[in-house]
Design a protein around this ligand. Structure first.
Ligand SMILES: NC(=O)c1ccc[n+]([C@@H]2O[C@H](COP(=O)([O-])OP(=O)(O)OC[C@H]3O[C@@H](n4cnc5c(N)ncnc54)[C@H](O)[C@@H]3O)[C@@H](O)[C@H]2O)c1
Length: 289
């Protein structure tokens, strides 16, 4: 599989933001054969990102999931830079993974829009912002699309391709094919709060918390209902502990504001977050870790 597989997106890929998501996106793009430039304003973040990619690939080789030749080729295709022009030169695809801030995302995509060709695709890895609203602040909103990867990027198969209200069908299709070329399993979602994954995942999680609150069953039994009855790999309360109760609360507040009452955060979730019981990262959430 290589970047050349698809005639429409054959040039280099520029990834903006070299944090948790950016380094992972750059890794899978480089592994799939794309010349990949990772741009970040912070030199330490660039250094860390390259180190994380090297470590991930080493581990992959140790576990016999990555061929040594694939590791070497991927590392050879990946560069990190603090110069936007260097990152953008010839790029057919720009993927931003900067912090979740509408103005910042509009700013970086606009900056790169001016540096790439007129048909280059401008993608956002936002987990909650509206693609239509991001696109409205970028020259050429028809080439702005969501490419929502999941953490850790090199492990998780799902990519949500998000169609904004002005995204061209050509661009949706190019984004979908690009995700496939990385070995991912894309789904196409129309721009709406929480896309498909967060909206459904949070709905189940909040209902599980309300059930715990009203004494329907214990946390392990509620989780087992979904694990054994619906074959979820992990119950909703354990998953909330892993994601972080604060992260889930933030998304619930956003979905409540956008979609109404059914996403109102349960009092128990608010209380646990106030008490600093944020899940695995603090040692206590719905479970003791
Ligand atoms: N972390 C997750 O689990 C996850 C999952 C899916 C989507 N997302 C989304 O991905 C995006 C990035 O999240 P993250 O967790 O990787 O963040 P992060 O904080 O780990 O990384 C963000 C990076 O962007 C860099 N940056 C800031 N301003 C910049 C600029 N102007 N130009 C270039 N780089 C800049 C920072 O230096 C940092 O290295 C967010 O929109 C987030 O909602 C995150």
């Amino acid at each position: 599989m290589s970047c050349d597989t698809f005639a429409s997106l054959r040039g280099p890929v520029a990834v903006i933001g070299a944090g948790t998501m950016g380094h992972g996106i750059a890794q899978v793009a480089a592994m799939a054969g794309c010349e990949t430039r990772l741009f970040d304003v912070d030199p330490a973040a660039r250094e860390r990102a390259l180190e994380r990619v090297r470590t991930n690939l080493e581990r992959g080789v140790e576990l016999a999931r990555v061929e040594p030749a694939t590791r070497d080729a991927a590392l050879g295709r990946l560069t990190a830079t603090g110069d936007p022009a260097e990152a953008a030169t010839g790029a057919d695809l720009v993927i931003e993974a900067v912090p979740e801030d509408l103005d910042l995302k509009r700013r970086v995509l606009s900056e790169f829009a001016a540096l790439v060709g007129a048909t280059a695709v401008l993608a956002s890895n936002t987990s909650s912002l509206s693609i239509s609203r991001i696109g409205a602040g970028v020259p050429g909103p028809e080439r702005v699309v969501g490419l929502h990867f999941f953490n850790p990027v090199h492990i998780m198969a799902l990519v949500e391709v998000v169609r904004g209200d002005r995204t061209a069908e050509r661009v949706v299709e190019q984004a979908r094919q690009f995700a496939e070329s990385l070995g991912k399993e894309p789904i196409v979602v129309n721009d709406s709060p929480g896309f498909a994954s967060s909206r459904l995942g949070v709905a189940i999680g909040l209902e599980a918390i309300r059930m715990l609150e009203s004494g329907v069953a214990s946390a392990p039994d509620i989780d087992r209902a979904m694990e054994l009855g619906y074959r979820h790999p992990m119950g909703p309360l354990r998953l909330t502990d892993l994601v972080g109760l604060d992260v889930r609360l933030e998304i619930a507040r956003y979905l409540h504001a956008e979609l109404g009452e059914r996403f109102r955060p349960p009092a128990l979730l608010e209380r646990l977050v106030e008490e600093g019981k944020l899940g695995r990262k603090t040692g206590q959430g719905f479970y003791t870790w």
